[in-house]
Design a protein. Structure first.
Length: 173
């Protein structure tokens, strides 16, 4: 992973904790990111999104006012969003499977548990750059494809209409 050149990346760090912003800022700057912007809340981040057009957002979950999940939904679905496709890496101490699913279902690209390490941040940056996920739009969701792996057995929406015995017989052949 050492071959990356992050000097042209623009990154927005959104966290209400100034110490956490400093840690993430220092790690990203150490990787060579030159254009780093900080916001202490989701409202400020929303205005900075249009002003600076970041390539990636590191976003805390719990902040005063609007949460990171609410901001993610706004970025993904609001008609005034300057970039609904921007990769969002959620940084949070809320790591239960329920929280991970909620963040994923809001449109978060990657999830990172606090406390963070430089290696974990680098891994998520690499994932966003090396493996950009296609975006999906449905009536209830817009964001990165939530499926991480292709399922060779997927047969389209009809598969749910087939009786389970028919699927087992077909797959056994």
């Amino acid at each position: 992973m050492g071959g990356y050149q992050f000097d042209r990346l623009k990154v927005l760090i959104v966290d209400d904790n100034p110490h956490m912003r400093k840690v993430v800022f220092a790690i990203l700057h150490g990787f060579g990111v030159q254009s780093l912007f900080e916001a202490h809340d989701a409202e400020r981040a929303w205005s900075m999104l249009a002003e600076f057009r970041p390539d990636i957002i590191f976003l805390d979950w719990m902040m005063g006012g609007m949460t990171g999940v609410e901001l993610t939904k706004m970025i993904r679905t609001n008609a005034a969003s300057p970039d609904p496709y921007v990769p969002i890496i959620m940084l949070t101490g809320h790591t239960s499977s329920e929280h991970v699913r909620e963040a994923r279902d809001a449109g978060v690209t990657e999830f990172l548990a606090k406390p963070v390490s430089a290696q974990a941040i680098l891994t998520r940056l690499a994932a966003v750059i090396d493996h950009p996920r296609p975006f999906v739009r449905t009536e209830a969701y817009f964001g990165p494809d939530r499926r991480r792996h292709a399922n060779a057995e997927y047969r389209g929406p009809e598969r749910r209409d087939e009786p389970a015995s028919a699927r087992k017989t077909e797959n056994a052949a």
